[in-house]
Design a binder for this molecule. Structure first.
Ligand code: NAD
Ligand code: 89V
Length: 344
């Protein structure tokens, strides 16, 4: 079996999870890394034994001619780096937030399509094993067809300690975290037709909004509520757990605190512990997110090898990205925003 040669751009806070995931991936290895910050480059290169190190992404792609590039930088560099990969004919994974705005996201998807290179957004929440279990139960029809749902992420965890830039942007929770929960709603209930939302900044230390509530209309009367908060100081902080409630035509399920899942159908309930495994390199409470990094990266390798489209390909992900834009537009106008207008 051939091993795909990958390179990584951005060796910061979250890229360390990518590098662990790549080390575990079957059928791929990271042969070179790039960061403009020499300190980050050295830490990552030394920890993962990667000798080829670059401070310039273009030089790395030109010299290494990799099978794929994994972009783990923050959003301001994403468009330029995705378009660079497309010019070099290199398949590309890009971290979320995918782009600064919907026009950039569409341009990035177009650039990769024109160059004929696969593009996947690293949208990992749908790859968390508790969420995969929920999806499996829904798809098996045990609770019938979902008629109502809620996807919720509420915490007071100090996310700014590891990611200080999150406190500085005009936009915060919807763009950064809401995108994950909106994508989970899409994954479970299908694409949305219309969105109504409200957002609010509560924490004075943060520039953007840190609380958001959205109502997604999935058509045929099916609705879901997506809510997220980084200012929810409950006694039992569940960071970084995503909670799910679904009422279906034949039953209901609840993915509650601490990965406890209950499924009720035909008057009977069963309870499952769907705790994610603690990978050898993972640390609590992040292990849920960390496992999903491994799973999405393996999905990418498998798709590249089989020539199949990844779940959150650039083309597919415009639907998720448009949800973010719809939330902001609805919150600022007070109106319901149709997705069709944004995706045209
Ligand atoms: P970070 O600031 O710690 O790291 C980014 C690194 O990229 C820095 O070391 C910086 O020097 C480097 N960089 C920036 N532009 C570059 C360029 N043009 N060429 C080379 N290097 C460049 O950021 P982070 O906290 O690791 O976040 C990175 C991304 O990962 C963000 O978009 C963030 O939203 C995302 N993230 C995703 C998850 C998830 O669960 N999917 C979790 C955390 C962070
Ligand atoms: O950036 C992020 O996606 C992180 C999270 C903890 C939600 O994974 O903030």
């Amino acid at each position: 079996m051939t091993t795909l040669r990958g390179v990584l751009i951005g060796c910061g806070f979250f890229a360390m999870n990518h590098l662990h995931g790549w080390r575990d991936a079957k059928g791929a290895e990271i042969v070179a890394i790039c960061d403009k910050n020499p300190e980050r480059l050295k830490i990552a290169g030394d920890q993962f034994g990667i000798a080829k190190r670059y401070d310039d992404a273009e030089e790395m792609l030109r010299k290494e001619k990799p099978d794929f590039v994994d972009i783990a930088t923050t959003v301001p560099s994403h468009r330029a780096l995705v378009e660079l990969a497309a010019r070099h004919g290199v398949a590309v994974i890009c971290q979320k937030p995918f782009a600064s705005n919907l026009a950039d996201a569409k341009a990035m998807v177009d650039a990769c399509a024109k160059a004929g290179v696969p593009l996947m957004v690293h949208e990992n929440f749908r790859w968390q094993s508790p969420i995969l279990k929920v999806k499996e139960i829904v798809d098996a029809g045990e609770i019938g067809t979902p008629a109502w749902g809620r996807v919720s992420f509420r915490t007071a965890y100090d996310i700014f300690a590891g990611q200080p830039y999150l406190a500085e942007g005009e936009r915060f929770i919807v763009e950064d975290l809401g995108v994950h929960v909106l994508d989970v709603a899409r994954f479970l209930f299908g694409d949305a037709l219309n969105v109504s939302a409200r957002i609010k900044r509560v924490n004075p230390r943060v520039k953007g909004e840190d609380v958001a509530t959205a109502l997604l209309d999935h058509g045929d009367g099916v609705a879901s509520i997506v809510d997220c908060s980084y200012f929810s100081p409950a006694e039992d902080d569940l960071f970084p757990q995503t909670l799910v409630e679904i009422d279906g035509t034949k039953g209901a399920l609840r993915l509650g605190a601490n990965y406890q899942l209950s499924v009720t159908a035909g008057g009977k309930s069963r309870n499952l512990d769907v705790s994610p495994p603690l990978l050898p390199w993972a640390t609590r409470p992040w292990h849920n997110v960390q496992e999903s990094v491994s799973l999405i990266q393996q999905h990418w390798v498998d798709c590249l090898k089989n020539g199949t489209e990844p779940q959150t390909s650039g083309r597919d992900y415009l639907q998720t990205f448009a949800l973010v834009e719809a939330v902001y537009q609805s919150a600022s106008s007070g109106r319901t925003v149709p997705l069709a207008g944004l995706l045209a």
